[in-house]
Design a protein around this ligand. Structure first.
Ligand SMILES: C[S@@+](CC[C@H](N)C(=O)[O-])C[C@H]1O[C@@H](n2cnc3c(N)ncnc32)[C@H](O)[C@@H]1O
Length: 320
């Protein structure tokens, strides 16, 4: 009898590992494109994550982590998870910096960072690991296996919050905590009104407009709380922090926050604007870059006193 497909009779265990786990998976999840000088991950489709994933973006995320910590007075979370939170999941972990800090802080906990893109470091605490996954698909984790689920700064890529939060609800143990933390994209001024043609405000407004065209909505006060409550979580609390765009505040802590934010504002605006303006609003790349520069100049001008808001909401899965 002849076989239709010729069989390799010298197969070894490592061949299976090579084909099923390592090479094919690693190659495909690393698919990316270079566009307007930045690298974007494309394995899940070009518009899945409109932010770049290159080293410039990774450095920005790590600096932003420090800014988030400063805003929250050094705390990694607001949810009252106690000393033994059990397993912890960080959804959209980015460079994994929050997950690594959590693993160092809660040595008894197993911390998993999940992301579309494998940009996390290899040398991490023994109780921390990373997985490539899409939070908007059914999660691969068993039900009721996490004591704390954390989602930070993933608004620009999430179209279906109800899907993500339903999976989080399923995977949390009864009584377990969820925390969602997101930057708004609205310019506020300590002096009052900001004209619509102010280039910084105009850029923020265009980011909101472009992102909303593909179903991504930046939060306003109360939105995160409402999302958690609609998903079934209880005892939900929302806290709002101010993030100055420049070192203009008198308060020492806010001044430092503003200075740090200004350091990353241009790359941050570029990250949020370039793909959104060129792919969705069909803007010329040179014009998109020009708008980023004009917007950054507004924040650098010490006559302007502009800030954004950062919202953090946490809640609990009911016991019953
Ligand atoms: C702006 S970064 C924030 C990273 C991190 N949470 C932090 O606060 O430092 C957004 C991250 O979310 C990831 N992401 C976006 N959509 C996702 C999805 N559907 N599933 C998993 N990760 C996602 C992106 O790949 C990116 O690393």
């Amino acid at each position: 009898m002849t076989s239709e497909i010729e069989i390799d009779t010298s197969l070894e265990d490592s061949d299976y590992y090579y084909m099923c786990q390592t090479e094919s998976l690693t190659d495909s999840i690393n698919e990316h494109i270079f566009e307007n000088g930045r690298r974007y991950h494309t394995y899940y489709g070009e518009d899945k994550n409109l932010l770049p994933t290159d080293e410039i973006e990774q450095d920005r995320l790590d600096l932003h982590h420090q800014i988030f910590l400063n805003m929250m007075d050094g705390r990694l979370h607001n949810a009252p998870i106690g000393n033994k939170p059990g397993r912890i999941l960080d959804v959209g972990t980015g460079t994994g910096i929050w997950a690594i800090d959590m693993a160092d802080t809660y040595e008894d906990a197993e911390v998993i960072g999940m992301d579309l893109t494998p940009i996390q470091p290899v040398w991490v605490p023994p109780n921390c690991r990373f997985m490539v996954d899409d939070a908007e698909q059914e999660w691969t984790y068993d039900s009721e296996t996490f004591g704390f689920i954390h989602l930070r700064n993933i608004t620009a890529s999430i179209s279906s919050w109800s899907t993500v939060l339903a999976e989080a609800y399923r995977c949390l143990t009864p009584g377990g905590y969820i925390e969602t933390a997101e930057l708004g994209c609205t310019c506020y001024s300590a002096d009052g009104h900001i004209p619509e043609d102010n280039p910084l405000r105009a850029s923020f407004d265009m980011i909101v407009d472009a992102m909303s065209q593909i179903g991504r909505t930046f939060p306003q006060p109360g939105v995160l709380k409402e999302r958690l409550e609609q998903a079934g979580f209880v005892d939900v609390t929302e806290v709002c922090y101010k993030q100055p765009l420049g070192p203009w505040p008198k308060d020492k802590k806010l001044k430092q926050l503003g200075a740090m934010t200004l350091m990353m504002l241009e790359v941050g605006l570029q990250a949020y604007s370039l793909a959104a303006f060129t792919r969705i609003l069909k803007m010329d790349p040179a014009e998109a870059e020009r708008r980023v520069r004009l917007a950054t100049d507004v924040a650098k001008d010490r006559n302007n006193h502009i800030y954004n808001r950062f919202y953090v909401a946490y809640g609990r899965k009911p016991e019953n």
